[in-house]
Ligand binder design. Structure first.
Ligand SMILES: [Zn+2]
Length: 222
């Protein structure tokens, strides 16, 4: 990704991807024009992770402390998660475009992240399901990266491609999984992209009507 890094306070409406891994991709906005990366530091990553509600708060507190004492390591861990995010974005959008073969560099990077995660993971059995589990104890500051790499593999194995879309909103480019009943969701969020598009259409229609009126109206009494 080439673009700028910008501070951003994450809000619930930034999590519309339908899966935590998709929401990670959407920490970059305006991918259709000039991408803006909202992860402007490791603490911001933790802020986002907290908002997802999918990380143990105790683990996030431990990471916050670790990041304070080892800022250089935290910066590297953030670079790693950006790399994972961009590899996933490249791979996923290629899958959506039905590009074949998938971009090799992205696949290699994902493999690398997954291997690092698996090397630190423990195998646990939850219910009847074997699971690879990572933690702050085993992964340190790379715990979010490892967790997301494991989840990414699981998602890619069962991704409903026909329900996965890229928002056509201007300066958006967010990816989302359409979980709606009818499967006809077009926008990342009706309240933002959907609305501004509706507003634009309304404005364009109005302008068109006005200019047509200009053409077709009989000249007023001269
Ligand atoms: Zn959008």
């Amino acid at each position: 990704m080439t673009g700028t890094i910008q501070a951003h306070t994450f809000r619930p409406r930034d999590l519309v991807g339908g899966h935590i891994v998709i929401d990670l991709l959407n920490t970059v906005t305006a991918r259709d024009t000039e991408p803006i990366d909202w992860l402007d530091g490791y603490p911001r990553l933790l802020e986002w992770a907290t908002l997802t509600g999918q990380f143990d708060p105790t683990a996030l507190t431990a990471l916050r402390r670790l990041a304070e004492t080892r800022p250089a390591e935290a910066a590297l861990a953030l670079d790693r998660i950006r790399e994972l995010r961009e590899a996933l974005h490249g791979l996923l959008t290629a899958l959506l475009r039905r590009d074949a073969p998938a971009p090799a560099a992205a696949v290699d990077q994902l493999e690398d992240h997954w291997k690092c995660a698996a090397a630190r993971a423990r195998l646990t059995i939850r219910g009847n399901t074997p699971q690879l589990q990572v933690s702050v104890e085993t992964s340190g500051l790379e715990y979010p990266d490892h967790e997301l790499a494991l989840q990414a593999l699981a998602l890619l194995r069962s991704l409903p491609l026909e329900r996965t879309r890229v928002c056509p909103g201007q300066r958006c480019g967010w990816v989302f999984i359409d979980g709606s009943r009818g499967g006809r969701r077009r926008w990342c969020d009706m309240a933002t992209c959907g609305n501004s598009a509706k507003g634009r259409t309304h404005y364009e229609r109005k302008r068109r009507t006005e200019s047509q009126q200009g053409h077709h109206q009989p000249p007023s009494d001269q």
